[in-house]
Design a protein around this ligand. Sequence first.
Ligand code: AMP
Ligand code: MG
Length: 311
Amino acid sequence: MDPFFLADGLVALQSGALVIIPTETVYGLAADATNPKAIAALYAAKGRPATNPLIVHVADKAAAQRWGMFSETAHKLADAFWPGPLTLVLPMTPEAKEHLAPAVTAGQNTLALRMPQHPLTLAVLRSLPFPLAAPSANLSNQLSPTRIHHLHSDLLAHVAHVWDGGPCIQGLESTIVQVIGDNWALLRHGILTQEDLTTFLKTPPLSATTAAPGQSLRHYAPQHPMILNSTIVGPEDALLAFGPQVPAGGMITRNLSVRGNLNEAAAHLFDALHTLDQWPCQRIVVMPIPEAGVGLAINERLRKGAARATL
Ligand code: AMP
Ligand code: MG
């Protein structure tokens, strides 16, 4: 990676400013995880509640071991799935308690760690003496950005540098796994599915998915109301379609995957919602998406996006 290409953003991060980083999941709003002022600015820019902890991004497993206590299971997961869309929630090391900004973990005794897969962001992480706290680069509870043009001007007003890494190839936030000794619990569905993890670890998760802290009921939300699991489309509706059989009649249609492939649908989900949300429609109607495999992660995002703000 050309060091001159990285220089402006690296200087910004070292001075405690916020920058935009590309990842394979969604674009991140990144700051020095050891700098309390930078972390406070990050929460403020997103309008993120202080109860919602951040994921700390590292260049490799060795860097992660400075901050999180790795059990044998944690080692296995990191060796198999990093770099990639898997966040590990681990007990903190004494060094993490001493050096990370306390707000990063929102008062938890555990820390969320991930090694992202994007070459540009990995080059950034390798060039820095500190890890990056990086939540999704959206205003709190709004749609996550998977393209540079999805970034909201209100957020960009707080940002010193933007690294454009192209479209995010996976398109959904990381799967979050809490590792408790040699057991594990799934805290958030993602592209890496519960079946994938159960097969790999040869043991099921401790319980059904438990809610991760800070995950409000309404999240990932477009401006327009969303109607889920429907094929009834009026002339004033925008349609988020899935599969080959698409009802006619909407103002605009975006198909997540004509061939009904769930990974392709995940990669297109936020881009399609950003596009439909710009239309002067009454509602966004979403066709049924299978509740299996990556479909669980897609439907979880859609249900939260459709939840009413008052709940
Ligand atoms: P985001 O960065 O917006 O994708 O959200 C990160 C999510 O990771 C948070 O909303 C939490 O639910 C989860 N998370 C981060 N840190 C922890 C932690 N220490 N324990 C459990 N979950 C966490
Ligand atoms: Mg987020």
